[in-house]
Ligand binder design. Structure first.
Ligand code: FAD
Length: 180
């Protein structure tokens, strides 16, 4: 890519590119920009507190319509907590107001590339995959063995998420306890 404009601004979100060793040294220059206060305007501030923001998350646990309603999100959040993960969701889930829009991943939402993406009750529509298929390892939990998401998965569990998620959470907790 070539930036030809006289002023070049390049910003990269965390975890979007993998570091690559080139053998050469790149100088790092601190930049200070003097802008009169009158030129700075804060239009809006939206803060996500408590967890790592989705684009930077190493581990993401995501839910779709298979969770049936917002009242069931606790089992997904339990797993996310046990793994130190950030939660995400499919678009219809955010559209229905089950989850906030900043959690929606995919073509029209946030594109992510965590080390581990666990998708529960998500069919794996192409628009969803567009935002998550750069994840290093994809685990899919779906009761339908024909769900398209299994084709993109590294590991798949064919089963009812309402049974699988609590068992996975218990196994993660036990593993962590045994490790000390
Ligand atoms: C222009 C456009 C842009 C879009 N952008 C996006 C986008 O950015 N992100 C996005 O996600 N979608 C996007 N969509 C929507 C997309 O096409 C799909 O409709 C959506 O991803 C489906 O969401 P879902 O998988 O949660 O729901 P569904 O397709 O309804 O799938 C639910 C899944 O849950 C499984 N399930 C049900 N019960 C259980 C259970 N008890 N245990 C285990 N599994 C169960 C079902 O077998 C099913 O596979 C877009 C669509 C369009 C047209």
């Amino acid at each position: 890519m070539r930036l030809t404009s006289p002023v070049k601004v390049l910003s990269l979100a965390g975890n979007t590119l993998q570091p690559e060793q080139t053998g050469s040294e790149a100088p790092v220059e601190a930049l200070s920009i003097a802008l009169p206060a009158s030129r700075i305007q804060v239009r809006s501030v939206s803060k996500v507190e408590g967890t790592v923001p989705l684009p930077e998350a190493e581990v993401v646990v995501s839910g779709g319509r298979g969770l049936k309603g917002p009242e069931h999100w606790g089992i997904l959040e339990e797993l996310a907590k046990a793994l130190g993960a950030t939660t995400a969701c499919s678009r219809p889930v955010a559209d229905a107001g089950w989850r906030p829009h900043h959690e929606h991943v995919g073509q029209t939402g946030i594109a992510i590339r965590p080390n581990l993406y666990i998708a529960a009750g998500i069919s794996g529509a192409i628009q969803h995959l567009a935002g998550v298929n750069s994840s290093k390892t994809i685990v899919v939990i779906n009761k339908d063995p024909e769900a398209p998401f299994f084709k993109a998965a590294d590991y798949g569990v064919v089963g009812d998420l309402f049974e699988v998620l609590p068992r996975l959470t218990a196994a993660v907790k036990k593993f962590k306890e045994n490790r000390g």
